[in-house]
Design a protein around this ligand. Sequence first.
Ligand code: OOG
Ligand code: NI
Length: 301
Amino acid sequence: MKFEENNKLSAILNRLFKPYEERVPVVDKIMTAMLAHGIIEERSDIVNDHIAFRTLGVPHLGVSSFEKIFLHYGYEKRDYFHFEGKKLNAWWYSPPSEEYPRIFISELRVGDLSPNAQEIIHSYTSFLTRDPVDSLNLDNVEEVGHFFEKSLWELPTYEDYYQLNRESEYAAWVIYNRYYLNHYTISVHALPRGYNTLEQFNDFLESLGVKLNDAGGKIKKSPDGMLLQSSTVADKVEATFANGKTTMIPGSYLEFAERRPLPEFQHLPQNELKREHLRDGFETGNADKIFESTFSTQTER
Ligand code: OOG
Ligand code: NI
């Protein structure tokens, strides 16, 4: 029973990565270069630290709806984070077993937006009179896989997208990109020596011409010094709006994380370090800047 569930979870995750890799060409560019430089022997050598999704905090949607998918597969809800300036809530989830990524799910605090922005969002979401996840067969891999890319609301007009974008770039991102995977994350500490610190890996990325998010500095470091993160700036996707207008808008990105050993395990040799010896969880100050990977301050720089 457990094994069966784990297989389905792997299938769902694989299913998620397909459209993600098409929408984020920098992923293939980086993987190809990692193979060419012998950093990995095959793509499956990469350890995925975590994946992330964005949602709208309105009735029947938001984290309390979306999380049901992963709670069903044995994920456990962990710490809460609040991002006051960006008007976001977030939680992280630990996986049912080590080989699976952590999950970070955020939600827009829609009630904190201006009446005009709230009205725009509700004009799309108020048709939902029940939680769409409740009518999903969560054991059906294809149905769940499709759910991440299908639309739960009408295609936005360019005007609505643009108005939302002026007030909350996160809101505009979700109204168009919905539940497409926002990013996945390469565990840098799991790479071979020479590439296993974020500083070294960022240098490698920049030697390939990859543009990194520099909000608050390219390396975001937790106050305890044990969680370091960096990310690409979002690749653009061609958006077609309700009135037929098309334009390029920020899509998804790729993140990199270096987790250092906890003080009590710092004496362990590198090859004995397992996930349970390393700094776990997330960090508000880091996350606050990572969100900006899809913001125009980064994508237009
Ligand atoms: C998530 C940003 C935060 C992290 O690892 O702290 C994050 C997002 O952009 O939706 O990914
Ligand atoms: Ni992340």
